[in-house]
Design a protein around this ligand. Structure first.
Ligand code: SF4
Length: 454
């Protein structure tokens, strides 16, 4: 039997895509291999947020040479954010990645996954893959995901992005923003809940602009929505009744500050399934820097969103994304983000040092003029502030009994996430994986909570 192995890099969108790829590959007749050396098809689901992530893929691609020596029919394929054009090494018009790696056989835009069979046949006419009726896979989202956990699942609600932040490659790699119709999403979520899933995370590049993109408007997908309803909030309200059937937690990531509405803020406070947690990327702390990044909001507006969120959900946890060392970042601009961290007291944040990505507006029109040393230094300064505020924010849970969804177990310790999306460790048995259990919090560290099963 043919075997496949998938390397997945990057964000939750990629992990969710990998789950759909698994189903499609298994329909073609492949079985999953735990070892790339045994595979007939090695797939790289790539990320190009940072240079390092791309370098890792090119390093791995070289490692396939030894495997190919033993298995000349090995197919090496790549998908994800590094790919621009679905093609095989024999296609007339090929993805530029073929010029960078002689080890590559197929490049595939993820939304064109159903084209994989044809690309394999371009390489090997009689390759022993199964025929799949096209109508079953024509729409990428019709391919069911092979969810890896029995309790938590990611459900994509949109693909692509129309925001064009100057540092980001996603609008070029994943294309324009398109939303999935509401009935399709409800159907997938109902199915998951029927199978016993307790937590669903709706994912998209900017989930709160769901249904608002030019593509969505031009195609009239959401024209029948009740008057005054915001598509994303309407979707959340439609999913909320799944609470009665066993859906305990509904999450979403990531929203964009521009599209946060009062209706969404109220939904977070009022819907039974939504958790008291929001990941809201701010990226910078100074208006001039936000402008250079093409982030269409002012820092005052971002702070106002946080104020309104806390007004409606006082105990909410908030996390964010930050880029330090972006083109031309002055000391004053960097200081502004440090001040923002102290003022807002984020519960958590993902801090990245800027790295120039070919093809983005920042790379074409701006100088990557902050030295690596300064980027590193600023990252450490900000990370130290984050450690302080994160540790301080976590202390509020000590003494409380909170619900934890157990995700893993090692050395007699269960690890899971609270409703506020904080990591909790407590002594327990492996049989608790996938369960939501009450845990009394007895202590807190910088990033994690400790507790005991009640
Ligand atoms: S919102 Fe900006 S950072 Fe996020 S995917 Fe779109 S372009 Fe990239």
């Amino acid at each position: 039997m043919l075997k496949y192995y998938i390397y997945t890099y990057g964000c939750q969108m990629n992990y969710s895509d990998t789950e759909r790829m698994q189903t499609y590959l298994e329909a073609l007749g492949y079985a999953q291999s735990q070892d790339p050396k045994q595979a007939d098809l090695i797939f790289y689901n790539s990320c190009s947020v940072r240079q390092k992530a791309e370098d890792r893929v090119f390093g791995e691609l070289k490692n396939t040479r030894k495997i190919r020596k033993k298995n000349p029919k090995l197919i090496v394929a790549i998908t994800g954010c590094m790919v621009r054009k679905s093609s095989s090494r024999y296609s007339q018009s090929r993805d530029p990645l073929f010029n960078r790696s002689p080890d590559l056989d197929i490049a595939l835009r993820i939304e064109e996954l159903p084209r994989l069979a044809a690309l394999i046949r371009e390489l090997h006419k009689d390759y022993p893959i199964q025929e799949i009726p096209e109508e079953q896979t024509e729409n990428y989202f019709d391919i069911q995901a092979a969810h890896s956990s029995g309790a938590q699942a990611f459900v994509p609600i949109s693909t692509g992005c129309d925001k064009f932040c100057t540092y980001c490659i996603v609008p070029y790699s994943r294309g324009r923003e398109k939303s999935r119709p509401i009935p399709e999403i409800i159907c997938e979520c109902e199915d998951l809940v029927d199978k016993g899933y307790k937590e669903i995370t709706l994912i998209g590049q900017t989930v709160d602009s769901y249904g608002l993109s030019k593509y969505d408007q031009d195609h009239g997908t959401f024209k029948d929505l009740p008057e005054g309803e915001i598509p994303f909030v309407y979707l959340l309200k439609q999913l909320d009744p799944l609470h009665k059937k066993g859906l305990k937690r509904l999450r979403f990531t990531s929203p964009h500050p521009r599209d946060i509405s009062d209706q969404l803020i109220k939904a977070i406070a009022n819907l039974s399934t939504l958790m008291p947690f929001l990941h809201l990327p701010v990226q910078a702390g100074h208006n001039d820097l936000l402008k250079r990044m093409n982030r269409p909001y002012k820092i005052e507006e971002y702070k106002d969103i946080i104020r309104r969120l806390r007004e409606h959900t006082p105990d909410i946890s908030i996390s964010t994304d930050i880029i330090v060392g972006f083109c031309g970042e002055t000391q004053e601009e960097f200081q502004a983000v440090c001040d923002l961290f102290r003022e807002i007291e984020f519960d958590h944040a993902y801090l990245a040092q800027y790295s120039s990505r070919p093809g983005t507006a920042a790379t074409r029109f701006m100088d990557d003029d902050i030295s690596q040393e300064t980027k590193r230094e600023r990252w450490h300064i900000l990370n130290n502030i984050l450690k302080e505020v994160s540790a301080k924010r976590l202390t509020r849970f000590v003494g409380r009994t909170i619900e934890v969804l157990v995700e893993s177990h090692e050395g007699g310790i269960c690890t899971g996430k609270s409703e506020h999306s904080r990591i909790v460790n407590f002594p327990g048995s492996a049989s608790l994986i996938g369960e939501i259990v009450p845990v009394k919090i007895t202590g807190s560290e910088v990033w994690t909570l400790e507790g005991e099963l009640v």
